[in-house]
Design a protein around this ligand. Structure first.
Ligand code: ADP
Ligand code: MG
Length: 240
């Protein structure tokens, strides 16, 4: 579903990504961990073209990201992205946030978009919050709206960048559980997180990044119980 080939990304002097290669199979859940500044967000952002790459190639479902012939708007609608901060429109209700993206980006008619929006609010566990404004919702509820908004586009891939990092501790587990459900339903997911419990439970594969490079890649059991790379061992010892 995703093929990342020898991708490097330079910000001036800073090498944010250095010759990164990896593939994500359809339905696979790839979890990326690593210290701050290691290039995790940059890697996610290159996948949907929010960030251009300095060299290499990224192909999502057969379409090359950033290629001249590629319709990037179309590609982006097939790649959902959920951020630490939810980026909801504050002057629109939860439902309206979900409806708007469909009518604007997919040209769905309002009735259909509204029906889909209501279904998705139920799907993410907040059917009663359709008419609430973001300021009236908890962080966890706002993140559920953001996830529902992404799902409304019927993405082929979902990217999560520290989706629970800004949440109150008591709402974190609910959002992680929702992400786990999406994984179980077969969504292809790339998840940057500091939640090692989630990584262990939900990941098919875990990647450890440091200094713009993939230092270690393993299934979660091997990754957490028998890491090989020295930096992975140090990282895990600091956070577990
Ligand atoms: P992470 O998500 O792992 O914390 P990032 O991908 O955000 O790391 O950043 C990787 C490196 O690239 C860091 O050194 C960061 O300062 C740098 N960087 C990220 N975005 C930019 C940018 N827009 N301009 C300049 N440097 C950036
Ligand atoms: Mg980041």
């Amino acid at each position: 579903m995703i093929r990342i080939e020898n991708v490097s990304k330079q910000f001036g002097e800073i090498k944010a990504l250095n010759d990164v290669s990896c593939v994500v199979a359809p339905g696979e859940v790839l979890v990326i961990v690593g210290p701050s500044g290691s290039g995790k967000s940059t890697l996610l952002r290159t996948i949907n073209g929010l960030e251009t790459i300095s060299s290499g190639r990224i192909v999502v479902d057969g379409v090359e990201v950033g290629a001249k012939a590629t319709d990037m708007n179309k590609l982006r609608t097939s790649i959902g992205m959920v951020f630490q901060h939810f980026n909801l429109f504050s002057h629109k209700t939860a439902l309206e946030n979900i409806v708007m993206c469909q009518t604007v980006s997919l040209k769905r008619n309002r009735a259909e978009a509204t029906a889909i929006g209501r279904d998705l609010l139920a799907r993410v566990g907040i059917p009663d919050k359709a008419d609430s404004y973001p300021s009236q919702l908890s962080g966890g509820q706002q993140q559920r709206v953001a996830i529902a908004r992404s799902l409304a586009m019927h993405p082929k891939v979902m990217l999560f960048d520290e989706a629970t990092s800004a949440l109150d501790p008591e709402t974190v587990s609910g959002v992680l559980q929702l992400m786990q459900e999406l994984a179980t339903e077969g969504m292809t997911m790339v998840v940057v997180t500091h939640e090692m419990g989630f990584a262990r439970e939900a990941a098919d594969r875990v990647i450890f990044m440091d200094q713009g490079e993939i230092q270690e890649e393993a299934n979660p059991q091997v990754f957490f119980d028998a890491p090989k790379n020295e930096r992975t061992i140090k990282f895990l010892s600091q956070i577990l």
